[in-house]
Design a protein around this ligand. Structure first.
Ligand code: TA6
Length: 315
């Protein structure tokens, strides 16, 4: 049975979180259904929801917002936010045999993005704000067969963005999982965007029966629905926006899968949490370990995947 928190427990928790506020820099708003933290430093502005440890905005000084956030996104308990950086764990997409062995169905992209994470710490270092959050097994994860793990998410928010996800296996048996930092980047017009760094790489085309293909072109342009996990791929990807005149560099470590996703007009029209033209304003470039790159962790072992985002202006 899934236990529901009492109002007293929630109030107590919120009071604890409020103690981590840093005046003028890091504020927590617990007055709405989802607890939201706001970051204002000399280097950037950002927003993060504790549900899902979901970063929904990051804007380094002198630049436009970097992350796409759907205006129709639902900010309610248990519903995934559309945009920002959903944390995908412990399976990617629909639940598959590799990550579920005989277990019951679960929500698309796992339970981490809709779970309540704990804010562990918030501290300044060299004008950057460093946040640490964690998620351990709860009733929902246990019901899905994941009962002994710990996720720790470290966010370094400055003029660059670093996201670090650590998975620890606390059990006496192996832990098999997939993961992704499902980052939605804001672009002025998706068909105009240029994505470099994946030329010559192999990917599965989810829009064409999962066929494996090789990207022949050096620069990928988004023509219609694009849904591509590139496996065994550690590439640094460069997203150029000729209208906003900026380049976003996405590098990563301990990630063997890169995913590029844009739903295109037709799929977007079927998505309740996207504006009809939402697909034009976003492209997901995701650091992941999925499909044949799913991770198997030995008892007591841990694994850290990270992604770094750097924005530069260009002419
Ligand atoms: O990362 C790409 C993808 O797996 C796509 O197949 C697409 O469905 C997308 O994620 C969004 O999934 P969601 O469950 O958030 O609607």
């Amino acid at each position: 049975m899934i236990e529901k928190q009492t109002d007293e427990q929630t109030d107590e928790q919120n009071a604890g979180i409020k103690k981590l506020e840093i005046p003028g820099i890091f504020a927590i708003d617990a007055s709405n259904e989802l607890v939201k933290a706001t970051v204002t430093t000399k280097l950037c502005e950002a927003e993060i929801y504790l549900q899902g440890a979901h970063l929904t905005q990051w804007q380094p000084l002198g630049h436009e917002p970097v992350l796409f956030l759907s205006e129709r996104s639902s900010f309610t308990k248990g519903k995934a936010i559309r945009g920002g950086v959903p944390i995908i764990f412990p399976w990617f997409g629909a639940r598959t045999a590799t990550t579920s062995s005989n277990r019951t169905d679960g929500p698309a992209h796992g339970f981490a993005r809709t779970a309540d994470w704990q804010l562990l710490s918030a501290r300044m270092d060299n004008e950057q704000l460093i946040l640490s959050l964690s998620l351990e097994a709860n009733e929902t994860s246990k019901a899905l067969g994941f009962d002994q793990f710990r996720l720790t998410y470290r966010l370094i928010l400055g003029s660059e963005l670093t996201m670090e996800l650590t998975v620890e296996n606390l059990s006496a048996t192996t832990l098999e999982f997939a993961e992704a930092l499902h980052t939605y980047f804001l672009v002025s017009d998706a068909p105009e965007a240029q994505i470099s760094g994946l030329g010559g790489s192999l990917y599965y085309d989810k829009t064409d029966h999962f066929k494996q293909k090789r990207q022949e072109e050096a620069v990928l342009a988004l023509v219609g629905e694009t849904d591509r996990p590139y496996t065994s791929n550690a590439a640094t990807v460069l997203l150029t926006d000729p209208v906003l005149k900026r380049q976003i560099e996405v590098s990563k470590s301990n990630s063997q899968t890169t995913v590029v996703w844009n739903p295109g007009a037709n799929l977007t029209a079927k998505m309740a949490d996207m504006e009809p033209d939402g697909w034009q304003k976003m492209v997901c470039i995701e650091a992941a370990n999925a499909l044949e790159n799913a991770i198997t962790l030995a008892p007591g072992a841990q694994h850290t995947m990270s992604s770094q985002v750097v924005v530069t202006s260009c002419v």
